[in-house]
Design a protein. Sequence first.
Length: 300
Amino acid sequence: MTVRLPLCADASRAAGEDPIGTAPHWQEVTVLELDIPVWAQLRNVEAWTPEQLTLFEELREKVEASGAGFGLLMSAPQESRGPLRVRHYTLGAGGYARRDYVSDFPQSEWARGLRDTLLEPRNLAHWQAQSVPNGPDFHVCTHGTVDASCGKYGVPVFAALQKEGLRAWRTGHFGGHRFAATAVELPTGVLWAHLSPELALKVARREVSPGEVRLHLRGFAGLPPMAQVVDRELLLRYGWDWLTAHRWAAVEGEEVTLHHVWHAEQGLTRARVVARDKLSIPASSHAPELKDFTQYAVEF
């Protein structure tokens, strides 16, 4: 008899998990526009060519040398079977600056997109630059083959955003499927948790206050995890306009110093981020093992 495991996203919600501090820390993000069948090719490490294996080894070395992480998102293009397109975001003031490029390469050459944006940007001179639209992009994880939570909860959120004319992308797994429906909002760099179609629309239109969505904020990817916890408190204090501030942080153990430049004024916030308790939750909908996840509190 097949035992059906509970969805990890349901377990997270039932436990009242606070997702803050779970956003990855990215200095830059490359979005590869790939048809959904190509997602499996990129994730199949055993089938990678020697060149592709070398690429990821060089990327690992870059991260180790600089401490700067990078995001890799796979998003289904608006029209399938097109050439390889990339959207490249680099961290700066008020989030991430976006550049769009299209190539003459087929999508199977996805490794070129990563090399040319993340390792050898001079090669982008051989790509065709595209105009960048105004407004946000919501990259919603719909990757149900990685975790059933993202298929069940992510697809309706993507559909609702798209139906209302908001720019949304069906996106492959980027971590945190227990927070489905989870999304990366760019260029702000904010990651979201446990979105419903209705809530996603309100968030996209800023029809709710930050305080109302406090427990749906995974954090700002431009900061390390402990600084994300402090940053949320400042977002609650100052409102959505806080996301336009240039923020960076120094973290030493529990001590966080968050610097900012906002409306041409410099400032800093010092706080202590402490472990409050731990929740035991399945990390996956496809395995019964429980994992401990720390919950944090801020002391100013």
